[in-house]
Unconditional design. Sequence first.
Length: 550
Amino acid sequence: MDYKDLANLIFPDAKEISYYEEKYPERNLPEGAVVTRFAPSPTGFVHIGGLYQALVARTIAQKTGGVFFLRVEDTDQKREVENGVTGIVNSLKDFDMAPDEGMISDTEEIGNYGPYKQSLRRDIYQAYAKYLIEQGKAYPCFCTVEEGEEIRQKQESAKIRPGYYGVWAKCRNLTVEEAIQKIKNGENYIIRFKSPGREDKKIKHKDIIKGNVDFPENDQDIVIIKADGLPTYHFAHAVDDHLMRTTHVIRADEWLSSVPLHLQLFQELGFKAPKYAHISPIMKNDNGGKRKLSKRKDPEAAVSYYKEQGIPYEAVKEYLLNIANSTFENWRRANPDKKMEEFDFQLNKMSVSGALFDMVKLLDIGKTIISKMTAEEVYERSYEWAKEYDLDLEDLLKDKSYALKVFGIERGNKKPRKDISKWSEVKENIEYMYDNKFFEKSQNYSYPEAISNKEDISKILKLYIEKYYDENDDKQTWFDKIKALSVEMGYAGEVKEFKANPDKYKAHVGDVSTVIRIALTGRTNTPDMYEIMKVLGKETVISRLEKAIK
Ligand code: GLU
């Protein structure tokens, strides 16, 4: 009896690996094209760090005319959560990052290198496990959980490296006959890789991001097929990234220390190893120290947070590119109007240590992005958001033509107003432009200190309504009239004049227009008042000023 008999006994129905090698041929792609993947496990919400990895992988694939695919790694079925796959697929969609290939819903996929869900690839893994067993490179292990625990305890008390290796790897030395007999006796088993490595030897690895790293060789006989017949992460990674013809494995740096094992698996399976790029986690300042963004402590760790907050997805992506390549910021300054996709992203320029997450910066990018949108875009996007997250805002936005006028204020010009960083700020930003909101609140008019005299305030407003306000005035005339009003009331018509002779005047035209602004909007700080008056219309302007007089 030989290894072949053992392999046949364990996997009687598995196909020859040549079948899969032919079914999933080398991809026919242009020179230099990079094939990358996002390979999350459906075990919880999508983490911003996962989105970051996916963005990097997708960007580099697109830049080189390659392929970016989504593979669902659901081999740990105990940890799987309900709607896990749908959550992943939708998160990528929400960020306009749908993959070229792979899962596109919980059950559907596109592309010729599938299935893209690992639980559907059982036969494939078994074929490759069988292939290893046939060559004596893998073997059934009959150790029970208790035996495993016993080994662990012995290693611990003797203070030696834990694991299933060398003399500790009991089942590695069973003869084929013994193994076959145990299987025939009905003993339970898993399949282990027979590592050819030695811990006292070193391997060199060149990581695209981390650079040159040295590791001891792997000598662990790791599990490749578990008791449930599904593979472990390590084995599935080797088989899948080989068959899916991944050229660059871009993943979290928690996997860096597994590289020796992975390279060994590729070697023993007879596969060409991919290139690796290990990404550092996104960090956060915490009481003077740095720590990873945490699923438990930080709401912004979940990608759903950005959608709920109404932070435009473009802002999140642009921010992530910013932390991915430090050259992005200068590029953006030099090319304010280019699409972020035009940036020449470099995988090897990513930082070796973890970048600090900076929400202020992210929101600032959001502001710039929204300031460049047309009124129509701002309308559509905030309306979409409101329908899901703020019914009150949805209500305000129902009158589209009015909303477009509101959003059109100081927009579409060379220096658009930068005042909204996320859709959840829209309501607060535009509320005062709506009479029902404006009159429903008792306005807290806090007038400028320079004009605190109540009578003067009433006079300014009265005079403005009766003598100066004309809804048909152009902007210059409108402003000249506020000046004239100021002069009539004993205020300086020019700020300069006031500064030269502060004792001569009560205050200046700026203070007078602030009085009007506050009466009109209840706010000290608004966009252009002329435009606001145009949008509000005569009736509203007058009724608001009258309310303020009262
Ligand atoms: N399923 C693994 C994880 O979520 C993927 C790692 C990889 O990209 O290879 O950590």
